[in-house]
Design a binder for this molecule. Structure first.
Ligand code: URA
Length: 220
């Protein structure tokens, strides 16, 4: 598993505003979408392409188009839904699947309550959207669901990550996440705007940004 921390002034600026407890829901939503689009730019860097030619008004240009099958975007319910707009802005041709996991507040162990994924993901690039990589239990489960169905790559886009969560996912997916066409091993990567200090005893990232789902959609 490979981790990329996107070190860019615009990303840091937007993340700082997102963390601010004074940012209201509307601001939080629009910052999330903008941040995801910036992270997605880096997260899609290794997508497979195929050569094509197009006729311009003055000649023929050689270029590329994204290889088929089209990528699959997987927002993890519920907070991942808040990241979907920012991602589809960059990949409007992608399919979208959904996964829902519930975290037991005592044990912090996640169990699946929704699985709307294609049965066969052979050869597909997949992008998991989950704003907070906390313990890593949820993300490790979702990555396994995708690799077990044959995904060629799994790239998780997280606004923030905790060191504990990264260690958990790294231990579960030991490869180095480097693209290798000759290998049948899926590439697993995490792209995030920052790695924070730690988790607190309730499983929240410190300093983090609080409960991403609540800040996006309200406390229900
Ligand atoms: N989920 C959140 O929304 N926030 C955290 O800090 C950890 C998990």
């Amino acid at each position: 598993m490979r981790t990329l921390v996107v070190d860019h002034p615009l990303v840091s600026h937007k993340l700082t505003a997102l963390r601010d407890a004074a940012s209201d829901t509307a601001t939080f939503r629009s910052l999330t979408a903008e941040l995801v689009t910036l992270l997605a730019y880096e997260a899609t860097r290794e997508m497979r392409v195929q050569p094509v030619s197009v006729t311009t008004p003055v000649g023929v240009a050689r270029g590329v188009k994204l290889a088929r099958p089209v990528p699959l975007i997987v927002p993890v319910l519920r907070a991942g839904i808040g990241m979907l707009d920012g991602m589809t802005r960059l990949l409007p041709m992608a399919d979208v699947g959904f996964v829902g996991l519930r975290r037991d507040e005592e044990s912090l162990v996640a169990s699946t309550y929704a699985d709307r994924l294609p049965a066969d993901l052979t050869g597909r690039d997949t992008f998991v959207l989950d704003p907070m990589l906390a313990t890593g239990g949820t993300l490790a489960t979702v990555i396994s669901m995708l690799t077990n169905r044959g995904a060629a790559s799994v790239t998780a886009i997280c606004l923030l990550a905790a060191p504990e969560g990264l260690r958990h996912v790294e231990a579960a997916f030991a490869g180095d996440g480097t693209p290798d066409e000759s290998s049948r091993e899926p590439w697993v990567r995490v792209v995030t705007a920052a790695v924070d200090e730690r988790l607190n005893d309730r499983g929240y990232i410190v300093p983090g940004l609080g409960d991403a789902g609540d800040r996006l959609f309200g406390q229900i």
